[in-house]
Every structure is written in C-alpha cells, then in structure tokens.
Design a protein around this ligand. Structure first.
Ligand code: ADP
Ligand code: MG
Length: 332
C-alpha cells in the first residue's frame, strides 16, 4: 500500500464492493443498513467467522489478491467442514492509513476470483480506519439440510480416519517464503508456495460427506492438532500412521533433504484440507468419491477402542511412537 488516490468511505464501498454483491438482490447494492436473506424451509444456516491480522496470519507484504483469496478461503473451509453450501458473506475491513485505490482494486479482484470459484456473494460489511495493522474479518453463511451438519464430535471407535489432498505443503511453502527451505527443485518450490498462498477449500467434498463421515474438521492448525480437536470433541483416542499420510512430490523432496520436515508436515498449519472419520464399511464408497472428485482421500489412521479420550498417538512405519514437538498453531 502506498501514496496514490484514495476514495472516500462511500465511494470505496460503491466502487469496489457493490459490484461483488450483485448475485444477491437482498444485499440492496450495499445501500441500506442491512441485507435481507430469505429462508428456505427445512434448511439450516451455518455461520462461521475468521479474522486475519497482517504480520500475524499473513506477511505484511502479501499481495492484496492473495490476502483476499485467503480470507474467503479460510471461511469457506469451515463451511466445507460443516458440509454446508456457501451462500453469502459479510466483510469488515480495518485499514491502516497507507492503502490506495490500486491496492483496493486488487483486493476486490481477489475476492471476486474466490467468489466466482466457490459461488458465494458479498452482502455487507463495515469499513473503518485503524492505527494498527491491516485487520480483516469475514463472516460466511452457508446452507444445509436441517440435521445434516457434519460435526466434530461424532467419531466412533473403529472409524477409519481420512484426509483429503496432500498434507504439509502449506507449512513447507511458508518455510520457502521465509527463505528457510532452499535447494528444492524449482517446480516443487513453486508448488509449495502456491499451496501456501492459494488454499483451495474442499467445498465439493464437504457437500458429499453427509451420510459418509461420522465426524469432520478442516485442517487449519495442523494435522496432528486438528485430529486432537476432533478426538477431544468426540471423546475418543486415535492413532495416526505417519507413513500413510499423503505427501506431495515436493514435500517428499523436502523430507528427503531433512527428515525434520516430516514433523513440520504433520504439525504445520494452513493446508485447509478436510479430515474426517468414517466407518470401515464405507471404504469402497469413499474410494469411488475420491475418483469422482479427482481428489485423493487417504486413510491415515483409526479411531481407537481405548478410553484415553482426546489422545492422538502418531506412529512411524515400525509402529514406534513419534513425538511431535510442536503440534499446531496456537494464538496465545
Ligand atoms: P451503517 O452506517 O448503516 O452501519 P455503513 O455506512 O457502515 O452503514 O455501510 C453502508 C453499506 O455498505 C452497508 O450496506 C454495509 O453493509 C456496506 N459496507 C460497508 N463496508 C463494507 C465492506 N467492507 N464490505 C462490504 N460491504 C460494506
Ligand atoms: Mg446501519
């Protein structure tokens, strides 16, 4: 953000944000005090919110399109983990003094790209100035058939634990970005950076997990930490087989260079894949779904029968326990 022309508050809203709300007539072109959404019988609304602070959740220098994409994507990932269809979102912006029209145009463009990809529309928000860092907050609404919500708390003993996609790429990408992981093949490096910069929430998968998954969560804090959240909520213990965890070719190269990168992959955040548990009898259905969505769905462990509720045991190929030094991002 720097210099250049800066529109006033109302011009900012009409120029950059009103074009993003056209899909919802009830947003009134962002000209009223609130939006009005109609309610379909038999449907529930899922509500989720995430707040991102520059210098904490993304680097200050991150391009505005990427910040916008991330902001929407992290919320869409929560809707996916609940099994909901994206519907609409509101946006709060706390802007430091140094933004300009070019920055805002790029930010709005990033929102538009994510809106178009995931069929969600802006319906309102608030815009303020702040003496602190750029702070963005987004509330997303999704629709789901009443009673079909995917919860964290219904994993059952004997369930197989699955993850979508590949794990650890975003944490390794952040390491590349910080200049702490070099010497990788340049295509691998670009792949890891993209996985960090452009999380792809598994919305289509979430929509298909109703009737399959007993419990689901999205992987934002890290595989080990989010599995622990699921285990705690479900009051079960579980075993994670580290050698079964799906890794990209790029992640495998990083791990071959330094085996500590495996620990990072298992505990690092920002992948925005889905983690779910399902009865073993549904293995064939899950394989078929994986093929249909062209998205790997890989069994990585089991919900255990014992009583150590909330415990996650991570094992290597020889059945030896791996202790993860840091398990997941903590805000405080
Ligand atoms: P009010 O004073 O009634 O709270 P505002 O002046 O804050 O309204 O906002 C005017 C309109 O612009 C409202 O419809 C509000 O939802 C919308 N709006 C303000 N900021 C944003 C934003 N960052 N993104 C989307 N809509 C916004
Ligand atoms: Mg008002």
């Amino acid at each position: 953000m720097s210099g250049a022309a800066k529109p006033g508050e109302f011009e900012l809203i009409s120029r950059f944000f009103a074009p993003l709300c056209r899909a919802e007539a009830g947003a009134f072109g962002l000209t009223d005090d609130g939006a009005v959404l109609s309610h379909e019988p038999g449907k529930n609304t899922v509500v989720t919110m995430d707040c991102l602070v520059a210098g904490v959740h993304f680097p200050e220098s991150e391009p505005p399109e990427q910040i916008a994409w991330r902001l929407l994507a992290v919320n869409l990932s929560d809707l996916a983990a609940m099994g909901a269809t994206p519907q609409a979102y509101t946006l709060a912006l706390a802007l430091p003094h140094n933004w300009d029209a070019a920055w805002m145009a790029a930010f709005a463009d990033g929102l538009k790209q994510a809106q178009d990809e995931f069929s969600i529309t802006l319906i309102g928000g608030d815009t303020v100035a702040t003496p602190g860092p750029l702070t963005l907050s987004l509330t997303a609404l999704g629709r789901i058939d009443a009673g079909q919500e995917l919860r964290r708390n219904e994993a059952k003993a004997g369930d197989v634990i699955y993850v979508s996609g590949t794990i650890g790429d975003a944490a390794l990408g952040l390491k590349v970005l910080k200049g702490e992981l070099d010497g990788l093949d340049s295509e691998h490096e670009a792949f890891l950076l993209d996985r960090y910069h452009r999380p792809r929430p598994r919305v289509n998968l979430g929509l298909r997990l109703g009737g399959i998954a007993n419990a689901a969560i999205d992987i934002s804090d890290g595989l080990a930490a989010d599995l622990a959240h699921l285990a705690e909520a479900s009051a079960v213990a579980c075993v994670l087989e580290a050698d079964q965890v799906p890794l990209s070719a790029a992640a495998r190269e990083a791990i071959a260079e330094d085996s500590l990168n495996l620990t990072l992959a298992l505990s690092g955040g920002d992948d925005y894949e889905l983690l779910f548990s399902a009865p073993p009898s549904l293995g064939a259905a899950i394989k078929a779904l994986s093929e249909e969505l062209a998205l790997p769905l890989t069994p990585v462990g089991k919900i255990a029968n014992d009583t150590n509720a909330g415990q996650v045991m991570v094992r290597d190929a020889n059945g030896r326990e791996i202790l993860l030094a840091e398990s997941g991002y903590r805000h405080f």
